[in-house]
Design a protein around this ligand. Sequence first.
Ligand SMILES: [Zn+2]
Length: 213
Amino acid sequence: MSILDAHTHSVKPKSVVSVGYGDSLKLDEIDYFSVGVHPWIFTQSIDLKDVLTFIENISFERKLVAIGETGLDKLFPQFENQKLIFNLQINLSIEMDLPVIIHSVKSQNEILKILKSKNLKNSILFHGFNGSKQEAFEILNNGHYIGVGPQLLKNMRVNTYLSEIPLDRILIETDDTNTQVDKILHLMSLKLEKPKDFLKDHLNKNFFNFFNL
Ligand SMILES: [Zn+2]
């Protein structure tokens, strides 16, 4: 089996394709998808009511495996509205018993506070994570997962402590890049000094556990 991609914005097989507000996708072209409203939504001129209706109408389809990408981003406008739609999506994930793919920029404290305030049993992925080691362990100690992908190409912060993250809490992703997931796997295998096949089996197992498949 090839390596499964936990988070991408491109339409491709063997991946969880992230569908956002206003996207239209032919579902027969993909194996799995997630649906969510991204915190960057407020850079567009949108009607908040339409966004809320979109969230309300997210329904269970066979290939829907997660809520997301959703989250909070302090570098983008309307933080209070971001919080409002994030909260609604977390509530929805609890109702639907679906994991959540989270985008967090300078907002980890706010996100963990919201997550802690809920009776959460579903799994949470902090995708594209690039915080400090301390922040990473705060996430891990709360039982959540860390998404690793394009950060490996850019030598970002997460590279310095990647080997200390428990392997069963890592998901591999390509996010919004054109990078092949195999390339990410290759880089991870070099950094962790583990054979590619060993890593692939482990990461695919994490994928199935995380998405309840
Ligand atoms: Zn993304």
